[in-house]
Ligand binder design. Structure first.
Ligand SMILES: NC(=O)C1=CN([C@@H]2O[C@H](COP(=O)(O)OP(=O)(O)OC[C@H]3O[C@@H](n4cnc5c(N)ncnc54)[C@H](O)[C@@H]3O)[C@@H](O)[C@H]2O)C=CC1
Ligand SMILES: O=C(CO)COP(=O)(O)O
Length: 340
């Protein structure tokens, strides 16, 4: 297969490296928006800023320039930018006929003239700007550094189009990566977005040394609120027990490679949000989509207390100890209040 990965951050680079070593002998091109970064990767055989210390496979091609031109003749295009760049990229790709899948995890955070609009999931953005694309998402618990080292990983390929699911499995299922197909794109995207917000909460909890009991409680109650939002948006309940729900939540909420978890830890240590974000050098999508998650939940009448506390923390309305006190000070509740 010919595969083009558009976006050469940590995750786009790791995914391209993995596909370039696939036993089927895929031809893989990694496209970088910045021509200087592309030529540095070509000469150094490494993405020194986003994935330092990982040698790029010799077969991996690097490109820059027009992203649509980079896709000509490809069997599959992968959009590996952050959520904030997805709309622009899909608008550019709207006329393509091959399957297109994105890797970003979040809700689009509306800005400028659209600031009052609801923030959208990636497939909702695609429905607006590129409705004729055959599209889907590749998600699941997957730190870029581990995939780049070919450490065992399981992913989910979600799309309403079977040809997109099949293309993603053919491209990435390998001796080190298992790719499971799922038709529930809403559930897969909600899991990927909300787990980032919850990882900020567990980072805060661990940064304040509140203990393992507290972290387990946050993960479990976080899964409940993620599921409530997903069901209200039309997802299937079992998706949240799968790789893109529980799986990615456990990874991101507990794994020290997580950038979102690190934001929570840095806030607990007294850093400002601007300092925390600046020090990462990478995107932490939970910072940008927490407010949107809370707004969409409110519009649907879905209770998401952990998400609300994270938003108040990010907005500076609550200090780290106050955010914890707010969660602990809630009235007693029934564990499964939605049970019929
Ligand atoms: N790093 C990871 O382990 C994983 C990340 N993801 C998701 O993948 C997405 C990308 O994450 P990372 O690669 O880790 O981020 P990163 O912060 O390492 O890199 C972001 C990349 O996107 C590029 N970019 C930004 N705006 C762009 C635009 N307008 N056009 C083209 N390129 C643009 C940047 O130049 C940079 O190369 C995020 O939504 C993240 O949640 C998903 C799974 C794993
Ligand atoms: O999505 C990820 C792992 O599945 C990466 O999480 P972070 O963006 O928090 O590093």
């Amino acid at each position: 297969m010919k595969i083009v990965v558009l976006g050469a951050g940590a995750w786009g680079t790791a995914v391209a490296m993995s596909a370039a070593q696939h036993p089927a002998g895929h031809q893989v091109t990694l496209w970088a928006r910045n021509p200087a970064q592309a030529s540095a990767m070509q000469t150094q055989h490494e993405n020194t800023h986003y994935l330092p210390g990982m040698a790029l496979p010799p077969a991996l091609q690097v490109a820059s320039g027009d992203p649509v031109a980079a896709c000509y003749g490809a069997d599959l295009a992968i959009v590996a930018t952050p959520m904030a760049a997805l709309r622009g990229m899909l608008t550019a790709l709207q006329g393509l006929s091959m399957p297109v899948a994105w890797l970003c995890k979040g809700f689009e955070s509306p800005t400028g003239a659209q600031a009052a609009d609801a923030g959208l999931l990636a497939h909702e953005v695609c429905a607006q700007v590129a409705p004729s694309l055959r599209s889907g998402v590749l998600s699941g618990p997957s730190f870029a550094q581990e995939v780049a080292r070919n450490q065992p990983t399981a992913l989910v390929a979600a799309s309403e189009h079977s040809s997109v699911r099949e293309a993603l499995v053919a491209a990435f299922h390998s001796p080190s990566v298992r790719v499971y197909a799922n038709e529930d794109i809403v559930g897969v995207e909600v899991g990927g977005a909300v787990k980032n917000v919850l990882a900020i909460a567990t980072g805060l909890c661990d940064g304040l040394a509140l203990g393992l009991n507290a972290r387990a409680a946050l993960i479990t109650r976080g899964l409940a609120e993620m599921t409530r939002l997903g069901l209200a948006l039309g997802a299937r309940p079992d998706t949240f027990m799968g790789l893109s729900g529980l799986g990615d939540l456990v990874l991101t909420a507990t794994g020290d490679l997580s950038r979102n978890r690190r934001v929570g830890m840095l806030l607990a240590q007294g850093h400002t949000l601007a300092q925390a974000v600046e020090s990462l050098g990478h995107v932490a999508e939970g910072v940008y989509c927490a407010r949107t998650v809370a707004q969409r939940a409110q519009a649907l009448g879905v209770d998401m207390p952990i998400t609300r506390a994270v938003v108040a923390l990010l907005d500076g309305r609550l200090s780290p100890p106050e955010a914890v006190a707010t969660l602990m000070g809630r009235d007693p509740a029934t564990e499964f209040a939605d049970r019929g």
